[in-house]
Design a protein around this ligand. Structure first.
Ligand code: NDP
Length: 248
């Protein structure tokens, strides 16, 4: 295999569905060996098989990142299985939309634990490897909700604004070690993301809104990740905001 990422190792969280799965495939198609991280082992193994059939290399790493204390283990498992670490795509996330008043406090906690804390801890663990090798790329998947906010998305927006703030600070800090940081902000993408919304009225309303538009496909965001990580080393793609044409 001779692709733009041949010889590189990429760790992708939330690789069992949606944007993470499409990103793993896109990076593997360009020759990267990919560490596939999520909770659903079967889905990861199906993806690993597909990548193997393409002639690619991967490792399945089952981890509940929201539990805390997983980051160093996940990075170590990647090194053990694939030998190095060049790219981390912090993609695992949940979007538990709903009102602030009367909403479930544990929804807010779950979003902060996965969307924010897990992303920051995995970035820290990756830097332990990337700093000494003086190269690396951390790609954080935020959202249009990381750029704006609206009713029923206050908690989700809080988590994604945090991703933006963390990424910008990290970008400035990490560049001295030749480590690049990219934040990607998708608009509506057709994935399983809405399945987990616990506030039924909000879920119905949001899914109804999606039916009235042509949403992005996961592959559209995977293409953006691939673009960012295949630029020459002097290029640091800081931020990409991608909406479906139909989205306001
Ligand atoms: P999916 O629900 O399809 O994917 C989410 C992924 O995160 C799954 O692979 C899931 O795997 C994983 N995940 C969830 N909880 C955990 C956990 N505790 N530990 C480890 N992995 C976990 O949704 P998307 O592909 O849409 O979401 C990917 C990212 O894109 C998210 O950060 C989301 O906020 C962001 N985004 C999505 C948009 C959209 O419209 N779809 C728009 C803007 C941003 P498993 O369940 O197997 O653990």
């Amino acid at each position: 295999q001779n692709g733009k990422l041949t010889g590189k190792v990429a760790l992708i969280t939330g690789a069992s569905s949606g944007i993470g799965e499409a990103t793993a495939l896109a990076l593997a198609q360009e020759g990267a060996a990919v560490a596939l991280v999520a909770r659903r082992r079967e889905r990861l193994e199906e993806l690993a098989q597909k990548i193997g059939e393409m002639g690619g290399q991967s490792a399945v790493i089952v981890s509940d990142l929201a539990q805390g204390g997983q980051a160093a283990t996940v990075v170590q498992q990647t090194l053990t299985a694939l030998g190095r670490l060049d790219i981390v795509v912090n993609n695992a996330g949940i979007m538990l939309l709903g009102p602030v008043a009367g909403g479930d406090p544990s929804d807010l906690q779950r979003m902060m634990d996965l969307n924010v804390t897990a992303l920051m801890h995995l970035s820290q663990a990756a830097l332990e490897v990337m700093k000494p090798q003086k190269s690396g790329h951390i790609v954080n998947i935020s959202s249009v909700s990381g750029r704006g906010a609206s009713p029923l998305s206050a908690g989700y927006s809080a988590s994604k604004w945090a991703v933006g703030g963390f990424s910008e600070g990290l970008r400035q800090e990490a560049k001295q070690d030749r480590i690049r940081v990219t934040v990607i902000e998708p608009g509506v993408v057709a994935t399983e993301l809405t399945d987990h919304i616990t506030h039924t009225q909000t879920k119905d309303m949001y899914e109804g809104r999606i039916k009235d538009m042509v949403p992005l496909e996961s592959e559209d965001i995977a293409a953006a990740v691939l673009y960012a990580v295949t630029q020459p080393e002097r290029v640091n793609v800081n931020e990409l905001l991608i909406r479906p044409l139909d989205q306001g």
